[in-house]
Write a protein that binds this ligand. Structure first.
Ligand code: UT7
Length: 328
């Protein structure tokens, strides 16, 4: 069977205008700029306007990605949105977006793998294109984490922001595109990072609101340990599957959860910081949107050249992880 090489034809990002700084957070909880910068590397994050939902951020990022790819919305066969903050339980944010874009022939669905969702999305969608089922697809990470963040909890509220990143996937020339995917999950760690409320086990109710079950709960130190172990390991495994050594990496685009987690991955991969895309100081952790926003920003800054070896790697709730090697 002939397998069509699949790659990224265009990228786009959108972040809301409103900026929440560390100094703003000092007014809200018992914290300080120095603690946040040294423990996380973060300085600012973006916050969606009250009238904006995840599909609105996804729409803006998608328009840019489509324009950069030179593909019309009507030509899309598939739209996948990775998000933990859908506009609503259903219909999916992907269906809302399909309508907004006028992508009439596209199938559409959401994907739930928390911060690893974008890489899970790439892995799924690239298979459809590789086998010839579909030709053009949008994969988006879009989040309004400010809507599920408890701004009285200093353990979490300093970390999260809002935004969206989108890529158009399609056929590429031999020698380019995705070379490998490494996906994983460990459901035994599900309790470490979660939102319990609003699902079938703890439906929304006055008591679920009172118990703050609709906000992100995170056991930070445990997630940190998992992240340090998994980031470098997943990237190494994706490189092994691609038949490449770590010296081949031109740009690492990691999930933007914490500068110390990224630095541990760089140490393990023997990679200098110049070969890593870091923007968490501007946007914080945007869950599924972190990696596509960073990728779009790398493209905007001219940091991606044809033939470059790019490694994407992320981890998150589930617990889940994902990594991919691609030739730009
Ligand atoms: O994409 C989702 C995945 N999530 C992550 O990757 C997050 C992973 N975890 C982390 O990034 C880190 O664990 C945090 C940044 C969340 C926390 O950093 P830490 O170095 O693990 O700090 P800690 O939780 O061990 O807390 C150290 C101290 C504590 O005080 P005591 O008990 O030592 O007196 C905390 O109460 O820092 C205190 N603390 C704060 N102080 C000022 C916790 N949050 C804050 C804060 N400002 N915002």
């Amino acid at each position: 069977m002939n397998v069509q090489p699949v790659g990224i034809l265009g990228t786009g990002k959108y972040v809301p205008e409103r900026i929440l700084t560390n100094h703003d957070l000092e007014q809200m909880v018992e914290t300080n700029d120095e603690w946040i910068v040294t423990r996380t590397g973060m300085k600012e994050r973006r916050i969606a306007a009250p009238e904006q939902a995840s599909s609105d951020l996804a729409y803006e990022a998608s328009l840019i990605a489509l324009r950069n790819a030179g593909i019309a919305a009507e030509d899309l066969d598939l739209i996948v949105v990775a998000t933990i903050t859908p506009d609503m339980s259903f219909p999916s944010t992907a269906c809302v977006l399909q309508h907004k874009l006028g992508a009439r022939k596209a199938a559409a669905f959401d994907l739930s793998a928390a911060c690893s969702g974008f890489i899970y999305g790439l892995a799924n969608v690239s298979n459809f294109i590789a086998l010839g089922t579909y030709k053009y697809a949008l994969v988006i990470g879009a989040e309004c984490l400010s809507r599920i963040t408890d701004y009285t909890d200093r353990n979490t509220c300093i970390l999260f922001g809002d935004g969206a990143g989108a890529v158009v996937l399609g056929p590429v020339a031999e020698g380019r595109g995705f070379r490998s995917f490494e996906l994983g999950a460990d459901g035994s760690g599900g309790e470490l990072l979660k939102i319990e409320g609003g699902g079938s086990r703890h439906p929304s109710s006055p008591s679920s609101i009172e118990q703050k079950r609709h906000y992100i709960y995170m056991a930070g130190a445990e997630v940190f340990k998992f992240a340090v172990r998994i980031m470098g390991g997943a990237a190494e495994e994706a490189l092994r599957k691609a038949g490449m050594g770590k010296e081949r990496i031109d740009l690492l685009v990691p999930h933007q959860a914490n500068i110390r987690i990224i630095q541990s991955a760089l140490n393990r991969l023997d990679l200098p910081e110049e070969k890593c895309m870091i923007n968490l100081h501007k946007y914080g952790n945007v869950s599924a949107a972190s990696i596509p926003i960073a990728l779009a920003e790398a493209a905007e800054e001219g940091r991606l050249k044809e033939g470059d070896c790019v490694v994407l790697v992320g981890f998150g709730g589930g617990l889940t992880w994902g990594a991919s090697v691609l030739i730009w």
